[in-house]
Design a binder for this molecule. Structure first.
Ligand code: NAI
Length: 250
């Protein structure tokens, strides 16, 4: 049985990586996916109903145009996945103000604009999922990225409170290290340190994040809102004490 049959769901940053995996997973569940991105898709989805549209999540007019199109084409939207994101690997001492603001614009303002512009089209039972990061739960070194994802938690909490009375749910997933074009550019030491800190001892696949996103969009999650779900192989579960456990293991 398809769990999202005929549901209209918008995904941002859908051209590659996790957004592409979410798009494919949602289409398999019968959703009509509006796959948006600033760049064209790397590969065309092979299953289900997927419509690709151009959208820069920082562009207010772009969101308004998408909302107007959704109103005309479908009369509603049932779900939004705020997945688009960028990283910027500069440390506290080095980050330039312009880069800090650019990352906040995509990772924090973008999801807020999406919620603001699409919420009027969401019916009771609608669901919004934000893609945060394990960086939103820790003091991860790329400060612009970390700050943007902590701020996104605030956006999600406020939106959950605001939209709850209308029967709209707002949740956040926090991926750990996931194999996508974003992490392909990470230094080998970054990958190795992540693996050492991850109890499951491996990186994640985009499909493993997508499965949780799909669940949060489904009726099965009907009483879950304001929640934050790490999907990180246990990276953030041990609060930094894994090296102690590892050191004392027989
Ligand atoms: P990715 O870099 O492979 O894909 C990100 C997508 O977002 C790209 O298609 C890009 O074109 C799009 N994008 C960038 N700026 C945009 C804008 N202004 N408007 C619309 N689309 C834009 O990255 P990945 O890994 O798939 O990331 C997806 C989400 O997961 C992001 O929010 C990222 O911060 C988050 N995340 C990723 C982790 C990882 O290990 N890969 C870990 C934790 C969180």
């Amino acid at each position: 049985m398809q769990r999202l049959r005929d549901r209209v769901i918008v995904v941002t940053g859908a051209a590659q990586g996790q957004g592409a995996a979410q798009t494919a997973a949602l289409a398999r569940e019968g959703a009509q996916v509006i796959a948006t991105d600033v760049r064209p898709p790397r590969s065309e989805p092979t299953e289900g109903t997927v419509v690709a549209r151009s959208l820069d999540v920082t562009d207010e007019e772009g969101w308004s145009a998408l909302a107007a199109w959704l109103r005309d084409a479908h009369g509603r939207v049932d779900g939004l996945v705020n997945n688009a994101g960028i990283t910027w690997r500069a440390r506290v001492g080095q980050v330039a103000a312009a880069d800090f603001l650019r990352v906040q614009a995509v990772n924090t303002l973008g999801p807020l604009l999406g919620i603001q512009r699409l919420a009027p089209l969401l019916p009771r039972g609608g669901s919004i999922v934000n893609v945060g990061s394990s960086a939103a739960l820790t003091g991860h070194y790329p400060v612009a990225y970390t700050a943007s994802k902590w701020a996104l938690r605030g956006v999600a909490k406020a939106a959950c409170t605001e939209l709850g009375p209308r029967g709209i749910r707002v949740n956040t997933v926090h991926p750990g290290f996931v194999e996508t074009p974003m992490t392909a550019s990470a230094a080998p030491a970054f990958r190795a340190a992540n693996l050492a800190a991850t109890p499951l001892g491996r990186t994640g696949a985009p499909e493993e994040i997508a499965a949780v996103v799909v669940f949060l969009l489904c009726e099965e999650a009907s009483y879950i809102t304001g929640a934050e779900i790490p999907v990180d192989g246990g990276l953030t579960a041990h609060g930094g004490v894994k090296p102690i456990s590892d050191a004392l293991r027989d």
